[in-house]
Design a protein around this ligand. Structure first.
Ligand SMILES: Nc1ncnc2c1ncn2[C@@H]1O[C@H](COP(=O)(O)OP(=O)(O)OP(=O)(O)O)[C@@H](O)[C@H]1O
Length: 377
């Protein structure tokens, strides 16, 4: 796919902090959940940007901030050249048409009392796209054809479909208003594995056909790798690494990403046998009380005193031979770790963990806290 240089979404220093309240009569703010804490990223027209990270790292909140459903505490989102927070009334309504969402669970996002026809017409009516009955009917049939459903589906209700078919309806609904960007939050994680590939292929076909741009939020590394042109990895509200999907999977540079990648099995049995894994120690810290300095330092096998626990690293281009300038990493010591100059001091944390091999969640962020090949760079 050709990705244009043209930026459709420009996320600038976005923070979303949720107040933690206490008290029955007088609500007192006693702290904040730092769900998104200073993210800069750009999504180009026609590309698929995959946002990955374990549960609670803030990826859905960032997606919602891009949709203008969660106003940023700080920073801004420029969509198609306009700061979406500055829009009101009719202009906001028109801009909303350009950004649509596909949800994880189509059953809970589709009103069970509405037929498919009514579900699809709803958005079109709200955006003034229904001129006359004949044209609307033709458009509905066109939409169903695009997502691979028969015209007879129009008269049916969500419960009459399988999970994969319901997700197709959700996608048709998003497409019905002719959007520029689709934010898909865990679009296949509620589906059977056999159906996941079909829905991913459908999303890819539709992107080609309609020139769509996607932000795909997911915790599953395999799904993100398959669908994305570029990938951003989030940890505790921050973007820790961003690169073209192939570059990131071939050579993850941030200790967290390396750890995650090492949990993915290699199809070659010889390589698989020798594969080292990094066992991340400690729990994921609370986003209400994130560690100072580098947020990952409390679990990082390569952490260095005192810089890692005092100074927060910026997302930056690293200077490593063969690593393109499009690969950005938020680690003070990415170069020294890659060259082997800094060795992991928690050697015990890097070992083959047999339990990880048996896990069903292998290769997803929801799986065991094992991580990365450390000798491959
Ligand atoms: N409306 C809210 N009020 C308070 N805290 C919230 C709110 N929405 C999200 N959070 C908190 O913000 C943090 C980030 O949540 P978010 O849903 O963005 O993470 P996520 O990476 O998408 O996780 P998941 O994959 O489980 O959805 C979590 O600690 C969550 O509990």
């Amino acid at each position: 796919m050709t990705i244009s240089d043209d930026v459709l979404v420009d996320v600038q220093g976005v923070k979303v902090h949720f107040p933690i309240k206490k008290g029955v009569i007088f609500d007192r703010t006693i702290g904040y959940v730092y769900a998104v804490d200073g993210v800069d990223l750009q999504i180009h027209r026609g590309e698929t940007y995959g946002l990955v990270g374990e549960s609670g790292c803030g990826k859905s909140t960032l997606g919602r901030a891009i949709l203008n459903l969660e106003p940023p505490t700080e920073g801004k989102v420029i969509f198609d050249g306009t700061d979406i927070a500055s829009l009101k009334g009719e202009t906001l309504r028109r801009k909303r048409q350009d950004i649509q969402m596909v949800f994880q669970d189509p059953l809970s996002s589709l009103d069970p009392r509405q037929s498919v026809e009514s579900l699809l017409l709803e958005g079109m009516k709200a955006h003034g796209l229904v001129k006359d009955a004949k044209a609307a009917n033709a458009r509905l049939r066109e939409l169903l054809k695009a997502v691979g459903l028969p015209a007879a589906a129009l008269q049916k209700y969500p419960h009459e479909f399988s999970g994969g078919q319901r997700q197709r309806i959700g996608i048709a609904r998003a497409l019905s208003v002719d959007p520029k960007l689709i934010v898909a939050d865990e679009p296949v994680s509620a589906l059977d594995v056999s159906v996941q590939a079909q829905v991913i292929n459908l999303l890819e076909d539709l992107q080609q056909e309609f020139g769509l741009t996607y932000l795909v939020v997911a915790h599953d590394l395999a799904v993100v790798r398959h669908i994305s042109d570029r990938v951003g990895v989030m940890y505790l509200g921050a973007l820790v690494e961003e690169a073209a999907a192939d570059d990131l999977y071939a050579a993850p540079l941030h200790p967290y990403t390396r750890a995650l990648m090492s949990a993915v099995p290699v199809p070659d049995p010889v390589v698989e046998d020798r594969r080292e894994r990094i066992l991340l120690t400690g729990d994921l810290p609370s986003p209400a009380n994130p560690p100072k300095g580098c947020r990952f330092h409390t679990r990082c096998p390569w952490r260095q005193e005192t810089r890692c626990d005092t100074e927060r690293p910026q997302l930056r281009v690293v200077e490593i031979d063969g690593v393109p300038a499009t690969h950005r990493v938020a680690c003070h010591f990415a170069e020294a770790i890659a060259s082997g100059e800094i060795r992991p001091h928690d050697v015990a944390a890097i070992a083959v963990d047999p339990s990880a091999q048996e896990s069903d969640d292998f290769g997803s962020f929801g799986g065991p806290a094992t991580v990365g090949e450390v000798t491959d760079i």
